[in-house]
Write a protein that binds this ligand. Structure first.
Ligand SMILES: [Zn+2]
Ligand SMILES: [Zn+2]
Length: 189
């Protein structure tokens, strides 16, 4: 049986070795040594251990059985314990699948139009678009453009002239305002 002193010394050596493999920045603590599937790995007592699990147990505490550590920063090579959250593996899988997987499971667009053969447009990047929604958006865009165009032509010059709040009563500002109006309004003579 190893003496307590030896165990402590051994532990200190492992920790020292661990920190030589980490590049700490303000945000992530990047693992710069061996990796497996993107996760940092380190040999401890003849076993290959995940670096992020090692650092979590070292600085935070033991990871309860059945829990995995989720990288909140989505960088598997990061060993900053502040970016790690223990979750059940099911929860972790769901999080990892993310938006793309949820989107793929959906049979209707957010407005309730079916993602069927006729109504689905698939972009070159593989994203699905609802054709019906796209037509509606296009119609709204054109109508908005028309409204803005006509508002700029007719309402704005008169609105600016008739609204007292829009006309500051300072001497400096009145000459350019008068010049602007004479250009915009048709001459009455
Ligand atoms: Zn991180
Ligand atoms: Zn739609």
């Amino acid at each position: 049986m190893p003496k307590v002193q030896d165990t402590v010394l051994e532990q200190a050596k492992i920790e020292a070795r661990f920190w030589t493999k980490v590049n700490k920045t303000d945000g992530s603590w990047e693992w710069i040594a061996a990796k497996a599937a993107g996760y940092g790995v380190i040999w401890v007592d003849g076993r290959l251990v995940a670096a992020h699990r090692f650092v979590y147990e070292l600085l935070v505490g033991p990871i309860l059985a059945g829990l995995t550590l989720d990288h909140l920063c989505r960088n598997r090579a990061c060993v900053n314990p502040a970016h790690l959250e223990p979750v059940t593996s099911r929860e972790n899988t769901l999080r990892g699948q993310g938006i793309a997987a949820n989107e793929a499971r959906r049979t209707h667009c957010p407005q309730g139009h079916p993602y069927d053969l006729f109504n689905t447009h698939i972009s070159t990047s593989g994203e699905r678009y609802c054709r019906q929604c796209r037509r509606i958006r296009e119609r709204v865009r054109r109508a908005t453009a028309r409204t803005i165009q006509s508002a700029t032509k007719t309402q704005l010059p008169y609105g600016a002239a008739s609204s007292p709040a829009a006309v500051p009563a300072t001497r400096e500002l009145s000459p350019p305002r008068r010049a602007g109006l004479s250009e915009l309004l048709p001459s009455s003579d």
